[in-house]
Design a protein around this ligand. Structure first.
Ligand code: PEP
Ligand code: MN
Length: 285
């Protein structure tokens, strides 16, 4: 049985709804964030994404605005009514990020950061756990167990592509992971076609493919001006392309037994989701 998790104000995942989380890779400025947030809200996204703490391969790359980015996200959340999903990199920042976000993202680089997994397991917000770029499905499930074992059972898994020999795409988006994970666990599974392909042109086709293979939602990067983005501009959709994709997904979803989930237009309530109310076994041995 698929698990239905509350992941924001009046928003559930895993209940047959298809939840699209969208926004910029990184929060860069209030103006750019607001433009992207307004666009994704208008197009019917379920949640706003955006990184305040960015895990960058090179230390000289833009590292995110940190706490100021969290404040901008919280403001955008209040304005649009969209709950925020944002990455936490450091176990010491978990409480701060949880104060501002509806959902905490553990990124691919931290999938096996066990102290961080335990720490997000101890707080009460839902967690978006991304598959490591070189992690097996078993390793992803074991990482999820670290969170579940601390008492937080609101874990959403995210397939975001694995490394391969082929550089035609940034990573190899493993869509077979969706049915495999759904056989092994009742946790919701979403797909990130932005990092999974690294190319804006491939995001729409792979989004539709993710819907078709039974994913519970998507994580998509949208930037008001992708050419000027400080990170991942090459894979970001413009607001117009995102709106077109959302229209297509809305039409396609019923054919796959899904309904596109829209956020409630009310301002998010703090601490709305109780993540500890599940007691059945969520990962098969
Ligand atoms: C992101 O979602 O911005 C991100 C850094 O993703 P990943 O951890 O999958 O690389
Ligand atoms: Mn990114």
């Amino acid at each position: 049985m698929r698990k239905t998790l509350p992941i924001g104000p009046d928003l559930h995942i895993g209940d047959g709804s298809f939840v699209v989380m969208a926004g910029p890779c990184a929060v860069e400025s209030r103006a750019l964030l607001d433009e992207a947030a307004d666009a994704v809200a208008a197009a019917g996204a379920g949640m706003l994404r955006g990184g305040a703490f960015k895990p960058r391969t090179k230390p000289s790359s833009f590292q995110g605005l940190g706490p100021e980015g969290l404040r901008l996200l919280a403001d955008a959340s209040r304005r649009t009514g969209l709950g925020v999903v944002t990455e936490v990199l450091d176990p010491r920042d978990v409480d701060l990020v949880a104060e501002h976000a509806a959902m905490l993202q553990v990124g691919s680089r931290n999938m096996q950061n066990f102290p961080l997994l335990r720490e997000v397991g101890r707080q009460r917000k839902p967690v978006l756990l991304k598959r490591g770029a070189a992690a097996t499905i078993d390793e992803l499930l074991h990482a999820a167990e670290y969170i579940l074992n601390e008492g937080n059972e609101a874990v959403v898994l995210c397939e975001r592509g694995v490394r391969s020999f082929d550089s035609s795409t940034r990573y190899l988006l493993d869509l077979a992971a969706v049915p495999v994970l759904q056989r092994r666990t009742s946790l919701p599974v979403i797909v990130d076609p932005s990092h999974g392909t690294g190319v804006a042109d491939y995001v729409a086709p792979m989004s539709k493919a993710a819907l078709a293979v039974g994913a519970d939602g998507l994580l998509i990067e949208v930037h008001a001006r992708p050419d000027e983005a400080l990170s991942d501009g090459h894979q970001a959709l413009t607001p117009a392309r995102f709106a077109k994709l959302m229209t297509e997904l809305r039409q396609l979803a019923p054919s796959f037994g899904k309904q596109l989930a829209a956020a409630s237009r009310e301002a998010p309530r703090r601490g709305a989701a109780d993540t500890r109310s599940f007691d059945d076994k969520v990962i098969a041995p």
